[in-house]
Design a protein around this ligand. Structure first.
Ligand SMILES: CC(=O)CC(=O)SCCNC(=O)CCNC(=O)[C@H](O)C(C)(C)COP(=O)(O)OP(=O)(O)OC[C@H]1O[C@@H](n2cnc3c(N)ncnc32)[C@H](O)[C@@H]1OP(=O)(O)O
Ligand SMILES: NC(=O)C1=CN([C@@H]2O[C@H](COP(=O)(O)OP(=O)(O)OC[C@H]3O[C@@H](n4cnc5c(N)ncnc54)[C@H](O)[C@@H]3O)[C@@H](O)[C@H]2O)C=CC1
Length: 297
């Protein structure tokens, strides 16, 4: 065998095999990530803590695909081929079968660290551990596992099937191999990856969420109505959605968590969450996922 062939084979063998994903959290983002992964040929375990949450996530995927097929935006055979690749589960031990775990549970560092600590004792030695956190320190999440070199931030955008970006965030211990695997996975999922150094809010959320927070302050101050603020930004800045409708799509609880992280980690009052945002979250008005936020759904 020629040297070149040997190198090629070695390189091919070095390329990490990625066929099975384990997605933690069957909510807004976990459901979207599972959709994109299954459509790109991956087997996807979709895990949550209650059967009703798993069922809701699976139902959301079928509903989104049925709508797209009805609109002629997806071939029925693509839907029918992808659906069996998504397996709902309540058993975290299924993560032992995964090449990559993508965590998309609640934006709470303690919850994420506890999940990663449990995963540590389950996953195979080569498994990549990715967190879809909006803003939390990947280094802090990674410090919960024995192999922090395998942990990376893989930050998708909402709605996942429609947004091209993935922010790849390296924690202090993320290895080059893990980073390269994250990049290869992003490409396999048809996304464009931007590499971000770990800093509060990364890139998009450091800019976008304070803008949304400012819109909430304006609503609170009576500058304009919710419809007025959103119409102004759609027509005046050509945004595809107004900031308050976008907050409803993201989840007001997620927006608040990001603002609190920015305030605490940047240490500047300019990131303080609007009191109205906190009041809405306390009232359970979380946006689309609760049926009501700044608008009703
Ligand atoms: C918080 C974080 O950590 C990071 C983040 O994600 S920040 C948020 C980033 N995302 C954005 O900024 C999204 C901005 N909005 C858009 O790009 C567009 O409005 C959109 C892609 C969501 C929809 O595009 P569109 O072609 O104009 O609309 P259309 O395809 O007709 O869909 C319209 C509806 O479906 C929703 N939608 C579209 N595709 C969807 C999908 N695949 N899954 C779920 N909802 C979807 C839209 O929100 C909208 O809802 P309503 O019909 O109830 O109004
Ligand atoms: N909503 C958005 O626009 C975006 C959110 N994110 C991030 O993705 C993560 C998930 O956000 P969403 O999907 O919006 O939240 P969500 O509230 O829609 O879903 C979170 C899911 O996590 C589950 N969960 C809670 N505790 C858990 C645990 N211990 N183990 C496993 N699952 C658990 C919940 O049951 C729920 O189904 C958060 O870290 C968020 O910051 C990232 C990009 C965009």
């Amino acid at each position: 065998m020629e040297t070149g062939q040997v190198n090629e084979r070695f390189h091919a063998e070095k390329e990490m095999v990625m066929e099975t994903l384990f997605v933690i959290g069957a909510g807004t983002m976990g459901g979207g990530i599972a959709q994109v992964a299954a459509l790109n040929g991956f087997t996807v375990y979709l895990y949550d803590i209650k059967q009703e949450f798993v069922d809701k996530g699976l139902k959301g995927i079928v509903g989104a695909w049925d709508k797209l097929v009805a609109r002629g935006k997806m071939a029925a055979e693509d839907r029918d081929a992808a659906l069996p690749r998504i397996i709902g589960t309540l058993d975290m031990r299924d993560a032992a079968k995964a090449d990559v775990v993508i965590e998309a549970a609640v934006e709470d560092l303690d919850v994420k660290r506890s999940i990663f600590s449990k995963l540590s004792g389950i996953v195979s030695p080569g498994c990549i551990l990715a967190t879809n956190t909006s803003s939390l320190s990947v280094t802090a999440v990674a410090s919960a596992v024995g192999r922090p070199d395998k942990v990376v931030g893989l930050h998708f955008f909402n709605p996942v099937p429609r947004m091209a970006l993935i922010e790849i965030i390296r924690g202090a211990a993320t290895s080059d191999e893990t980073y390269e695997a994250a990049k290869a996975l992003s490409e396999r999922l048809g996304k464009t990856a931007v590499t971000v150094n770990e800093y509060p809010g990364f890139v998009v959320n450091r800019i976008l969420i304070p803008m949304i927070n400012e819109a909430v302050f304006m609503l609170q101050e009576g500058v304009a109505s919710a419809e007025g603020i959103d119409t102004a930004m759609k027509l005046g800045a050509n945004h595809p959605m107004g900031p308050l409708a976008l907050a409803d799509l993201i989840g007001l609880d997620v927006c608040l968590a990001i603002m609190e992280l920015l305030r605490d980690e940047m240490g500047e009052g300019k990131y303080r969450p609007a009191p109205l945002l906190r009041k809405m979250v306390r009232a359970g008005k979380l946006g689309r996922k609760s049926g009501e936020g700044f608008f009703r759904y």
